[in-house]
Ligand binder design. Structure first.
Ligand code: FES
Length: 110
């Protein structure tokens, strides 16, 4: 079974450097960031208090900081610390000037 589930998220040109954009794709709420010309897609829901605020986060170094209480997540891995999981991240690709996000769901076991 293919694990590819790409959805068109936005135009690359809509993304402002360091400013998050919230999108809803296949029932998931996702924050997209462009930082130093690289694009990242992470869950928009902070695991601390389930706030849907990551897209309003601040960028510092290679991380995004939740605007509510300052938890900081690595943009590429979503981790809170090297060995501490934080936000789900999504693979993406750029095609014809659009960002496509691979909304991989948890495996269902039937
Ligand atoms: S809700 Fe994100 S740090 Fe508290």
């Amino acid at each position: 079974m293919s694990r590819e589930n790409f959805h068109k998220a936005c135009k690359v040109s809509e993304l402002k450097e360091g400013v998050g954009k919230r999108v809803y794709l296949d029932d998931e709420e996702i924050a997209i960031f462009k930082v130093n010309e690289e694009i990242f897609a992470l869950s928009n829901i902070c695991p601390h208090q389930k706030a849907r605020k990551i897209h309003e986060g601040f960028i510092e170094d290679h991380g995004v900081i939740c605007p509510l209480h300052g938890w900081k997540f690595d943009l590429a891995t979503g981790n809170l610390a090297p060995d501490r999981r934080g936000l789900k991240t999504y693979p993406l690709k750029i095609e014809n000037g659009f960002v496509f996000v691979n909304v991989i769901k948890k495996e269902l076991s039937w």
